[in-house]
Unconditional design. Structure first.
Length: 215
């Protein structure tokens, strides 16, 4: 179950921030709330023990940004560049990412809960100890990414790309549905249940060049 803002160990130290986010700055114990940012340039900044709530970011760049011990709720990212960003010990709740580029990023000990991902590019990123809980992932690209100790309880995966991805200890058994658009061979290193195996059987057959016909 997701935490509330008041449950955070650093909640009492949070200070409201309503200025403009800038590049190469450190935001420590900042609470950024109820803002719509259009094309912000926040490259190379650091958010430490901070909270972002009811925030919309349209396009802009957060490349090389670091998020450590950060809590986000109701954060909407549209066309935002998060390339080579670094995430550690963060929790994102009821948030939505659309057309986001998060290429060559690092994510460790991250929990996404009730989030929606539409056309998000995780290509060549490194994800470790990441939970996608009750999330929807549609047209998400994990090509050439490294996924280790990843779970998807209650999540729906639609048209996922896994081309040349490297999976280790990835548990898909809790997912509501799994639809792999490409890179089926990358599923070695993943665990699925028998029902999911049956659902994926047509895609496995097609990838293996097997023609299945009724008598």
């Amino acid at each position: 179950m997701s935490r509330a803002l008041t449950d955070l160990p650093f909640a009492r130290r949070l200070t409201p921030f309503d200025g403009e986010l800038e590049s190469d700055q450190e935001y420590d114990n900042a609470h950024v709330a109820d803002q719509q940012l259009e094309e912000p340039d926040c490259r190379g900044s650091r958010f430490i023990e901070s909270a972002l709530t009811e925030l919309t970011v349209l396009r802009g760049s957060l490349r090389f940004t670091r998020f450590a011990d950060v809590w986000m709720r109701g954060v909407r990212l549209v066309g935002t560049n998060l390339g080579q960003s670094d995430w550690q010990d963060a929790e994102l709740v009821d948030s939505a990412w659309s057309g986001v580029e998060i290429v060559s990023a690092g994510l460790r000990r991250i929990r996404f809960e009730g989030c929606k991902f539409e056309s998000v590019n995780f290509r060549n990123s490194n994800l470790r100890e990441v939970e996608f809980v009750d999330c929807v992932l549609r047209d998400v690209d994990f090509a050439e990414a490294a996924l280790r100790q990843i779970t998807f309880p209650g999540s729906t995966l639609m048209r996922i790309a896994l081309d040349r991805a490297r999976l280790q200890d990835v548990d898909l058994r809790g997912a509501r549905s799994i639809d792999i658009a490409s890179g089926l061979d990358a599923l070695r290193g993943a665990t699925i249940n028998y029902g999911q195996l049956m659902d994926l059987a047509p895609a496995f057959a097609q990838a293996a060049g097997i023609i299945v016909r009724e008598d």
